[in-house]
Every structure is written in structure tokens, then in C-alpha cells.
Design a protein around this ligand. Structure first.
Ligand code: HAS
Ligand code: CU
Length: 555
């Protein structure tokens, strides 16, 4: 029997008008990804010393291409997908329609933000990479565009918290449905986390780009960036985890093992995602060793909920595989439904994420970080996390979400499967190139065609990077072919489908300590305390900052 506490049981359907707005958000997400993947081909081939960026219209430099690649993939794609997808999961879980004007406002701010930032990047006035560290200076419209994209996530947070509040009023004393709990927890984390970028962009960078203040403070801006920049990786990841926890078990024919453990995992992400940003700044001067060590230790803490996820999700898959006749230690894995592209994409995403996680642990180790920081190893790591675990999960979700939002059937199931296998092999080959090159000192974010110091031993690493990137590009294009064919030619479905969500083994407790898990207020307060411990000492000693650097436009 369906366990009604993952989502409200009645066959709730989102009103058509709201379904259409969410559809546009998801289209915006994948539209951005298509530009990002095309640009990515240029980036990967640069490591193989093949210059195709020169043929891209309006593309002046490698750095302009890299900025577009980073911003559209890591900010527009991920934000638009999270906003649309988690609005849908929350609404469905609570069986409540959303606030329509607010939903439109989310879409409007996203589109405006994308156009403004896109204008600056396309005209070569914002080749500052997606981390936009000062003293590199961009056109004001780049920063305003980014600010609006962040605002779109805040509006989504209001949408989600509002829906939850309404539900709580009508359901006093009841446990929050699991799918809503984990969706809202994701936005609670990100709303706190995004304050760093907001302060930096609105308080420092926009006035600086408009000439209202003359100088920038690189260390302060970098610190504020990474205050948000580490937790942003979990803002990218957690929508995928929502799917892995409450949808993949269903798609695999399994069952989620524990409701409470799932809530604990998301609470741990809320608590521990933010106070870890200095692991991106181990090599920055001006931050004490003690504070870096504290962030290092907490980074090992935030590793833990992902380890739990690995075991939880694997167990759910195992249940599915055994129900399909799997026996022995590993045979259940082969018995999973390898013909379902939504499931296959996400299993392959998990497999690459295992390697992404291991490389993350190496990054987080203070001393090992010295060997890999600013080398090609780092893009090797993050293409096995955001570039695959997240992207392939979102592609897998799209295989049911695009049909669901259009009330059509998926076209090209076979091609969909091929797209994911090609992308999977591609990302592994590319990461092998980047990781080995990085260990050999091959730098990241460097125009390799003109690097006079390049070593002969980087040749193989560069070729593998280019080859893998080409396969990822091919996989990505096959994926878009499936999406477009489904949107244009998919057969209309007779009855509207529900979104797929799982049962849990045990319904959530209604008495005892587990009930307390739903008290977001306490978790948010605890998170703020941890943030103060992790960032307070640095800010107390460093503020009001050193605004000494003029702006530069090199590229
Ligand atoms: Fe990271 C740099 C540490 C996770 C993204 N990371 C980056 C950058 C990006 C990024 C974009 O400590 C570059 C930023 C820049 O431009 O400079 N990262 C970590 C750690 C984790 C981690 C400890 N990163 C992510 C995720 C990302 C992401 C997730 C995107 C979504 N990262 C770092 C550090 C740096 C860094 C340093 C700075 C490096 C430097 O010096 O610049 C952890 O959260 C990872 C935990 C993951 C696991 C894996 C669990 C596995 C699962 C799958 C299970 C498989 C199943 C199927 C169920 C513990 C859940 C199995 C079936 C079978 C039969 C096997
Ligand atoms: Cu990080």
C-alpha cells in the first residue's frame, strides 16, 4: 500500500496554468544547458590543443567561452531546474496549488537575469569566469543579472515556505510529507547560503562596476563568494538527491528504507553546507590556519550525509533488483530495469558520483589540496559531481518530467538510453584526462594553445580530455534530440499521470524524538550559530576590509 506520508495520497494535479509556468522554467534550464554543452566542447578541445572557439559567433577569447560555460551551466541551468522541479515536488507532496503571481515572478526574474548576464558575456564585457573574483571587473549588467537569478531562488523559497505554512495550518500536529520536507530543507539551506553572494554582488560589485566605489577588496569578495560557493554545490546536488530518495526507489521497483534517516540527511546538509567555504581558500593569504582547519573538519562532516545517501539509495535499488528476481551479492544490480532511461541516467549518475565524492575528499584534505589546487584535477572533480551526478540526474528526471509537463509520451526511448551511456563514458574519459593531467601540474582555466610552459607529458591527458568532452557533447545532443522530439511529436496521453514517488518501509513516527525533526526553526537557528562560529572570527578581525584594488579587464 502507498505510504501517504511521502506525499499526500489524493490524485492531486497542479493547475494547468501553473504546470505551464513550471514547464517554461524547465525549458529555460535545458536551453541554458544546451548552450553550456556546446561551449563545453570548445573548452575540452582546448586541452587537446584544438581551437574551435574561434568559429563560435561573437566569441573573442577562451576566457569569454569559459565564463559562458560556467555561468549558464552552473547558475542558470541549475537554478532554473531547482526552482521549477522543487516547486512541483512541494506542491504535489502537500497537494496544494502554488501562488500563481509568485510563480510568474520567479520565471520573470530568471529570464531577465539570464538576459542581462548573457548580454554582458556575449559582448565580451564580462570575461570574469563564473566565480567573478575581483579585481577582474565586469559590466554592471553581469552582476545585476546574477543578482536577479539569486532573487529568483528567494522567490521560490517564499513560494515553498508559503505553501508549507498553509499546509501546516490545516494539518496541525501532522508530520510534513517527506517529499515536501526535503524540498523545503534544500531551499532553507540555500536561502541562508546565498546571503554571501548577495552581499558581495549588491554591496560591493554592483557599486564598483557602476563607478560608485573606486576600489574592490579581493579577499573579502572571495570569502563572501565561497560562503555561498561551497553550499551552492549542494543546492545543485539536492534536487538530484530528492529524486534519488523519493523517486528512484519507485522507478527501480524498490522501497525507501527510512523516512527519518532521509530527514536527518537533509538536516545535516542544512547545518553543515555553509561553514565549510574556506576549503576553497586553503591557499589564500589573510585567513588564519586555525579557521581553515575548522572548515576542513566540517567539510569531512558534510561528507557524511552523502555517504549515508550512498547506502540508503543502494539499499532501495537492491530491494528493486531482488523483487525483479535478482539473487546473490551483486546479481540484483544487473536485474534492475536497464531499459528505463530515467532510471539508467540516474544510476550512471550515482556511479560517477562515487568517484566525484572520493576526489572531493582529497580536495578537502588540507595537505593534499596543495598538490591539486588550481590544476586540471579540480574540473576533473567537478565534472564527476555537477557535470554528471547532477546533470545526468536532471536529464534522467527530464525523461519523465518533460512528458509529464506536456502530457505526452516520451519519444525515442532507445536514443535516450544511448545518450546517457555516451555521456557517461565521455565524462569518465574526460575526468581521467583532467585528473591525471592535474596530478602532473596541468593548470585549470588556462588557454592551453598558447601556454609556453606546457609539458610533453600533458599531451595524453589533454587528448583524453578532448575525446571525453566530445563524447559528452554527442551524448548531450542526443539527449536534446529526444527532448525536442518529445515536445514536438510526442503522442498525447489519455489520462494525466502522477509524478513518481516511492513508499517507505515504515511510516514516519507520530510520537517521540523523530517528530522534532520537522521543526525547521531550531535547525535554522543551529545553522546560524554554526555560521557565526565559522565566519565570525575572520570577519571580526578583517572588517571593514581593505578596498585597495582597481578593476582590470584583461580578456
Ligand atoms: Fe567539490 C571544488 C570538496 C562535492 C562541485 N567542487 C569543487 C568545485 C566544484 C565542486 C564546482 O574541499 C570547483 C570550484 C571552483 O571553481 O574552484 N566537494 C568536496 C567534498 C564533496 C564535494 C568533500 N563538489 C561536490 C559536489 C559538487 C561539487 C556534490 C557539485 C554538485 N570540492 C571540494 C573541495 C574543493 C572542491 C575541497 C576545492 C578544490 C580546490 O582546491 O579548488 C563531498 O560532498 C562529496 C561527498 C560524496 C560522496 C559520494 C557518495 C556517493 C553516492 C552515490 C552512490 C552510488 C549508488 C549506486 C547508490 C561521499 C551518493 C551504487 C550501485 C553500486 C552497485 C555501486
Ligand atoms: Cu566546496
Amino acid at each position: 500500500m502507498r505510504n501517504p506520508t511521502v506525499a499526500s495520497p489524493e490524485g492531486f494535479q497542479l493547475p494547468d496554468s501553473q504546470r505551464r509556468v513550471i514547464r517554461w522554467m524547465i525549458y529555460l534550464a535545458f536551453g541554458a544547458l544546451s548552450i553550456g554543452i556546446i561551449n563545453g566542447l570548445g573548452q575540452a578541445l582546448n586541452y587537446a590543443r584544438v581551437d574551435i572557439l574561434q568559429y563560435f559567433p561573437g566569441m573573442r577569447t577562451y576566457y569569454q567561452g569559459l565564463t559562458v560555460h560556467g555561468v549558464v551551466n552552473a547558475i542558470v541551468f541549475t537554478f532554473a531546474f531547482a526552482n521549477g522541479f522543487l516547486a512541483l515536488t512541494t506542491s504535489r507532496a502537500l497537494a496544494r496549488p502554488l501562488n500563481t503571481p509568485l510563480l510568474w515572478a520567479v520565471l520573470g526574474t530568471m529570464v531577465t537575469g539570464t538576459l542581462l548576464a548573457g548580454y554582458a558575456m556575449a559582448t565580451g564585457q564580462a570575461s570574469v569566469l563564473y566565480t567573478f573574483y575581483p579585481p577582474l571587473l565586469a559590466h554592471w549588467s553581469f552582476y545585476v543579472g546574477l543578482a536577479l537569478l539569486v532573487v529568483s531562488t528567494w522567490l521560490t523559497a517564499i513560494l515553498l515556505f508559503g505553501a508549507l505554512r498553509g499546509w501546516r495550518k490545516e494539518n496541525e500536529g501532522k508530520r510534513i510529507p517527506l517529499m515536501a520536507f526535503i524540498s523545503v530543507a534544500t531551499y532553507a539551506m540555500w536561502t541562508l547560503a546565498s546571503l554571501g553572494i548577495a552581499v558581495s554582488v549588491v554591496g560591493l560589485l554592483i557599486p564598483w562596476s557602476l563607478g560608485l566605489i573606486d576600489h574592490s577588496d579581493p579577499l573579502l569578495s572571495r570569502t563572501l563568494f565561497w560562503f555561498s560557493g561551497h553550499p551552492i554545490v549542494y543546492f545543485w546536488l539536492l534536487p538530484a538527491y530528492v529524486s534519488w530518495y523519493v523517486m528512484v526507489p519507485r522507478q527501480a521497483g524498490g522501497t525507501l528504507f527510512s523516512d527519518s534517516l532521509t530527514r536527518v540527511v537533509f538536516i545535516m546538509f542544512l547545518l553543515l553546507s555553509i561553514p565549510t567555504g574556506f576549503h576553497h581558500q586553503y591557499t589564500d593569504p589573510g585567513i588564519s590556519g586555525g579557521m581553515k582547519a575548522l572548515h576542513g573538519v566540517l567539510t569531512f562532516g558534510v561528507f557524511f550525509p552523502s555517504m549515508v545517501t550512498a547506502f540508503s539509495v543502494m539499499y532501495a535499488l537492491e530491494i528493486g533488483g531482488r523483487r525483479r528476481g535478482g539473487t546473490g551479492l551483486a546479481n540484483w544490480f544487473l536485474k534492475l530495469d536497464w531499459g528505463n532511461p530515467a532510471l539508467v541516467a540516474q544510476i550512471l549518475a550515482m556511479l560517477t558520483f562515487t568517484l566525484g565524492g572520493i576526489t572531493g575528499l582529497i580536495n578537502a584534505s588540507y595537505n593534499l589540496n596543495q598538490a591539486i589546487h588550481n590544476t586540471a584535477w579540480v574540473p576533473g572533480h567537478f565534472h564527476m559531481t555537477v557535470g554528471s551526478a547532477v546533470t545526468m540526474s536532471f536529464m534522467g528526471i527530464a525523461f519523465w518530467l518533460i512528458p509529464y509537463l506536456n502530457r505526452k509520451e516520451l519519444v525515442g526511448r532507445g536514443l535516450a538510453l544511448v545518450s546517457q551511456w555516451v555521456y557517461f563514458v565521455g565524462v569518465l574519459v574526460m575526468a581521467r584526462g583532467l585528473i591525471s593531467g592535474g596530478l602532473d601540474g596541468m593548470p585549470r582555466r588556462t588557454e592551453m594553445l598558447e601556454a609556453p610552459y606546457s609539458k610533453p607529458s600533458w599531451e595524453l591527458a589533454g587528448m583524453l580530455t578532448g575525446l571525453g568532452g566530445t563524447l559528452m557533447f554527442v551524448g548531450g545532443m542526443l539527449f536534446f534530440a529526444v527532448l525536442i522530439a518529445t515536445i514536438l511529436f510526442g503522442r498525447k496521453t489519455e489520462t494525466p499521470e502522477d509524478i513518481p514517488f516511492t513508499d517507505t518501509y515504515h511510516p514516519p513516527a507520530t510520537t517521540g524524538w523523530e517528530v522534532k525533526l520537522d521543526s525547521f526553526r531550531y535547525w535554522v537557528i543551529a545553522t546560524i550559530v554554526l555560521i557565526l562560529i565559522a565566519y565570525g572570527p575572520f570577519l571580526a578581525q578583517y572588517l571593514p576590509g581593505n578596498f585597495t584594488s582597481t578593476g582590470y579587464r584583461f580578456f
